[in-house]
Design a protein around this ligand. Structure first.
Ligand SMILES: [Zn+2]
Length: 690
């Protein structure tokens, strides 16, 4: 029927459709580039989805207009029986590796010797720990992608590579020496962010599959999948560093990197031209530390002669180029003895086994603990107390155990068993919900959970309350100031008790209270995430906030309504319902509402719309028309804040009869001073008349 319709359709209509399809594709390409390569989204997800579905619809109506470079083709084609083989145009060489500085010096000496009196410089790049691929473009379009294979022949993984969102299916036309570059080869590295790797691994463990050892293995495994639709599910990244074309003769590696960027390929921003080997070492040293802050793994630095003509003259030896060397950092893995396995309690009551290790030096610090994820992970790996284990550190995450040296296992070791009780003082029974790998402490009064929950609430991605970190939370919970997350917003009334605490003082307390106050302006989705509903992470919270718009609407939703959202499964839906019907949680919500937090998306926060939002007032001396408390309440009702001491961040000092030292201090600091009349006038302009 559809075909009939399109067959009958008027040629004008089809021409229009063709035009619109082209328009949509070029828009989507532009938005993909901004989002995936530049990480600067230009439009909302919703608008993007609208354009995308319009394109899908048009292509369904006119299937003959579908081309392999259409953005719709990224979702993955038909599974393959096996990969075809591809002969590389020029061999994909492997670099000579070294772990020693001496060899880098030797490398430089050989270059200097070979080039005689010529000047030269090095282009230093990060060595991404991924899988090398070659990408061929014809007429500016991506036509063939291959693995390195043995360097001469690789596997055709075009369909898999097409799913990588940062890979341009159509390159930006760039003119070099009057030639528009259209036929060329690009090489790069496919890799995975550590965060995505960990999430996928967690999923695998839940599904009873063996976890991957590191992001590179997972990337390699993914590229070998024969079903591109499965590949499309995995968030692969691409970085490009090589460009070659018969159309032009390029001069420098560094300009190739710039050219790749201009053509819309993802490149690393972290490369540097070095005139001397000393500068090369400075780059190596700098990244030895900085690499831990990267969201992905690098395993070293690649040092290349920048001049491509010089590269050609030096040539290759034994399948490795003479003009480049890879300096590799020491592996971030260590071998040590597992002394004990202890339990740690998280904010949702989730109980995580943690390994106590014989302290070992690993990647710049001494490690004595490592995560073991959950009981299933321990069982999979069969880790036992007394074992010799391999520990790895990646980025800022806690070290983890990745393997066991079975040869070193003591003869009398026994498999580890999950204890039945929480290690907290309540010693409540641990419970494992059906279909989950994690055990939970079910006691709501568990002090360990309370701490974690408050820490999570205040954390950077949630309410972002500066100064309310792990240590402070522990102290305030211990001292009885905080029992629930809602108590955070009552701290302002306990100002004096806080100021009296050792190590605190006025300034620190005021800073903390100001940070707490500022958190009231956080949008609904952050509040939702901060609540710490089991299984509701940042992404899910955003999704729910967008979909339901308010907590009330969310709590009214049935299990079925929740699960109608594609990303929400029974596990999340169940946990939301449990949360919404929990009387204690409801009480908490009521208090947080009263404190002024945003529980709907429309009213992101009245706080920031209120006339005195962000303004701090200090009162000194007596007022005629009202008491000090009344004045303070008026300020607060307009979104401002009243504090008791003057600091640089004070907005106004209101001065009544017989002012105290605060008046002098305000003058010294140059804080605007208001008389009672000025203050009443200010209130009047905001609609409050006394
Ligand atoms: Zn407990």
């Amino acid at each position: 029927m559809e075909e009939l319709l399109s067959g009958q359709s008027d040629p004008d209509e089809k021409r229009c459709a063709r035009q619109r399809i082209e328009e949509l594709r070029s828009l989507i390409r532009k938005y993909d580039y901004a989002y995936y390569v530049q990480a600067q989204p230009l439009i909302s997800d919703r608008d993007y989805d609208r354009l995308f579905s319009e394109l899908v619809e048009l292509e369904q109506r006119y299937p003959d207009l579908v081309t392999p470079d259409s953005p719709t083709q990224r979702v993955g084609g038909q599974p393959l029986e096996e990969f075809a083989h591809v002969q590389h145009r020029t061999p994909m060489l492997s670099l000579a590796n070294t772990y020693t500085r001496q060899e880098v010096l030797d490398f430089d000496r050989r270059i200097r010797h070979a080039l005689g009196h010529e000047t030269y410089q090095y282009c230093c790049e990060l060595k991404y720990d991924g899988v090398a691929v070659s990408l061929r473009y014809e007429g500016g379009r991506f036509v063939l992608g291959a693995t390195r294979g043995d360097g001469t022949v690789g596997d055709d993984i075009t369909a898999n590579l097409r799913t990588i969102r940062s890979l341009p299916l159509v390159a930006q036309p760039v003119t070099v020496e009057n030639v528009v570059l259209s036929d060329f080869e690009v090489r790069g590295e496919v890799y995975m962010l550590r965060r995505d790797f960990e999430q996928l691994n967690r999923q695998r463990i839940i599904e009873g599959e063996k976890p991957f050892a590191n992001p590179r293995n997972l990337t390699a495994g993914t590229l070998k999948l024969l079903d591109p639709r499965q590949v499309a599910q995995r968030p692969l990244q691409l970085v490009c560093y090589y460009f070659d074309s018969d159309q032009v003769r390029l001069r420098r590696q560094s300009s190739n990197l710039e050219l790749l960027g201009a053509m819309g390929f993802p490149t690393s921003p972290h490369w540097r031209l070095c005139a001397t080997i000393k500068e090369v070492f400075a780059f190596i040293d700098e990244w030895e530390t900085r690499r831990r802050k990267l969201p992905f793994d690098i395993d070293g630095i690649v040092v290349k002669l920048d001049d491509l003509e010089q590269q050609r003259r030096l040539g290759t030896v034994a399948r490795s180029p003479r003009w480049a060397i890879a300096y590799k950092y020491e592996a971030e893995q260590a071998r040590t003895i597992l002394k004990d396995i202890v339990l740690q309690v998280g904010r949702t009551g989730v109980v995580t086994p943690v390994a106590e290790l014989e302290p070992v030096f690993l990647a710049g610090s001494t490690v004595s603990r490592a995560t073991l994820h959950n009981a299933a992970f321990i069982e999979q790996l069969d880790v036992r107390i007394g074992d010799t284990v391999y520990v790895e550190k990646g980025g800022e995450v806690i070290p983890k155990i990745v393997g066991v040296d079975l040869d070193a296992r003591p003869a009398d070791s026994k498999p580890w068993q999950m204890p039945s009780y929480c290690p907290c003082p309540h010693r409540s029974r641990l419970h494992r919900p059906a279909g989950e790998v994690n055990y939970y402490c079910e006691s709501p009064a568990c002090p360990w959970q309370i701490r974690r929950r408050i820490e999570h609430f205040a954390s950077r991605d949630a309410m972002d309350i500066e100064g309310l970190g792990e240590k402070v939370v522990a102290e305030l919970v211990e001292a009885g100031f905080l029992e629930t997350i809602a108590d955070i917003y009552d701290l302002a009334s306990k100002r004096d008790q806080l100021v009296g605490r050792p190590g605190w003082g006025t300034k620190r307390v005021e800073n903390l209270l100001a940070a707490i106050d500022a958190s009231k302006a956080q949008p609904f989705h952050r509040v939702l995430y901060a609540l710490g509903i089991r299984h509701v992470g940042e992404v899910t919270a955003k999704l729910l906030a967008e979909h339901f718009g308010s907590l009330d609407a969310l709590c009214r939703a049935t299990m079925d309504e929740l699960q109608a959202i594609p990303e929400i499964g029974p596990r999340i839906a169940d946990s939301i319902c449990t949360f919404c019907y929990d009387p204690e949680e409801r009480q908490l919500i009521a208090r947080l509402r009263k404190a002024g937090l945003a529980f709907s998306a429309e009213r992101q926060s009245t706080q920031s719309q209120q006339p005195l939002a962000g303004k701090t007032f200090v009162f000194t001396g007596e007022l005629d028309s009202m008491t000090r408390t009344q004045a303070e309440e008026l300020v607060e009702s307009l979104g401002g804040r009243a504090t008791s001491s003057v600091s640089k961040s004070t907005s106004y000092v209101v001065v009544g009869h017989m002012p105290g030292s605060k008046f002098t201090k305000a003058q010294q600091l140059g804080i605007p001073i208001l008389s009672e009349r000025d203050f009443l006038e200010l209130l009047r302009t905001h609609g409050v008349t006394i």
